[in-house]
Ligand binder design. Structure first.
Ligand SMILES: Nc1nc2c(ncn2[C@@H]2O[C@H](COP(=O)(O)OP(=O)(O)O)[C@@H](O)[C@H]2O)c(=O)[nH]1
Ligand SMILES: [Mg+2]
Ligand SMILES: [Zn+2]
Length: 374
């Protein structure tokens, strides 16, 4: 296998496997092994086991919860009865999960990384920072239960990176904002500091901002995530297409992700409050619980706007993100209702089919009985 990730054999300790997981794995019937998912790909997962990594089928149907396995999940696996090889048998409850709304019509979550401690939201200083994208990413980062950070990459490309740090810090309350460069080495020690023992960090951000280069740097080139030119097709630099959990030589693991343009929120009211604390606080202080923040008396949002503690741009975005979450609830209810009636219709159909085939068998039986008699 020409897959550098599959060649690695991080210890179970480094992967964060512990006594609790051990006891949990023992309760899963029909399991031959356990470990942590290093990569999810179409139909299969690569699992780090403490020894050699194994490839297992990632059928979500077979697991007890019906959840789709995600990179960073702790799992058990076992051989399938049909002899098609091992498949995931159970997924341990997630400590944290970085999720977005799955692309497509059907409302549901997609887990980008499970059981990570920190989420690094990354933006390149070589281009203007899209504040709306950053705020959206911070909502899902806060919602995950992990600690969000903002990394401003390519600090070598601007004259005054600290200016950018200050302006981004103003819209990321409670979040450390760090300017880094893999060219000059700026602040790489501060980043490397986060990787000790069993800590897991997920990197998110658009493609081309230096996520994989940072992984190369942190792993001392152990896992070459970016190649200069691919020999086979000369298509140039490698771009990340899967979400990979990479163990680092000095401890800790990092989840490198492909760039995602669209990040729909998935049930993220908590994350929204944490990303916009000045608004969450003001809403609590409004005189009326159902304040629409328009012309109501005692509206703390309006007051904040005129006092300058709330920025109008932030309010507009907060309202939009709220609306997105509310629409999602409506869609989810509608979808549940429809799939419920679909399930009922299917059951009815199945029952009537069974009745029909039973009566057909009966009539077959009686006609063959007739034949025998004649
Ligand atoms: N100037 C500069 N370029 C960088 C830095 N980090 C990465 N790059 C370049 O940015 C491009 C995209 O990097 P890559 O790590 O593949 O981005 P990813 O898509 O986010 O994984 C590559 O050409 C890198 O050499 C940096 O700190 N400074
Ligand atoms: Mg990459
Ligand atoms: Zn109000």
């Amino acid at each position: 296998m020409n897959d550098p990730l599959a060649q690695l054999t991080p210890s179970l300790d480094q992967l964060g496997w512990n006594d609790d997981l051990d006891s949990w794995a023992k309760t899963v019937p029909d399991s031959d092994g356990f470990g942590r998912i290093a990569r999810t790909s179409r139909g299969y997962c690569l699992v780090f086991t403490g020894a050699e990594a194994v490839l297992v089928a990632s059928s979500s149907v077979r697991t007890d919860t019906g959840l789709a396995p995600a990179t960073g999940d702790y799992v058990t696996y076992g051989d399938t009865e049909d002899g098609s090889g091992p498949a995931i048998t159970a997924i341990a409850e997630r400590r944290t999960s970085l999720s977005r709304r799955a692309p497509g019509r059907v409302p549901g979550p997609q887990v980008l990384a499970a059981n990570v401690d920190d989420v690094f939201v990354m933006h390149g200083l070589d281009r203007p920072i899209n504040l709306r994208r950053l705020e959206r990413q911070l909502v899902i980062a806060w919602e995950s239960g992990a600690t969000p950070f903002v990394l401003l990459t390519k600090a070598d490309e601007v004259r005054n990176p600290e200016e950018a740090v200050d302006s981004i810090a103003r819209i990321s309350p409670g979040v450390d904002v760090i300017a880094i460069s893999t060219v000059s080495g700026k602040n790489l020690d501060r980043v490397a500091e986060r990787f000790t023992g069993t800590r897991a960090v997920a990197l998110i951000g658009l493609s081309g901002i230096g996520k994989s280069t940072l992984v190369n740097e942190l792993s001392d080139g152990l896992v070459q995530r970016t190649a200069e030119v691919r020999a086979v097709d000369r298509r140039g630099r490698h771009t990340t297409v899967t979400r990979d959990l990479v163990p680092l030589p000095n401890g800790g693991v990092v989840v490198d992700t492909p760039g995602i343009r669209e990040i729909g929120l998935w049930q993220a009211y908590d994350g929204l409050d944490k990303s916009f604390p000045e608004l969450a606080e003001a809403v609590r202080l409004c005189r009326f619980a159902d304040c629409g923040h328009q012309q109501e008396p005692g509206c703390a949002v309006k007051a904040g706007l005129s006092e300058g503690t709330i920025a109008e741009r932030r309010l507009i975005h907060w309202n939009e993100l709220h609306a997105e979450l509310e629409l999602q609830e409506t869609q989810l209810e509608e979808y549940d209702r429809r799939s419920e009636s679909r399930t009922k219709a299917e059951l009815n159909k199945k029952e009537s089919n069974e009745r029909r085939s039973k009566s057909m068998t009966n009539s077959k039986r009686s006609s063959s009985a007739k034949r025998r008699r004649s």
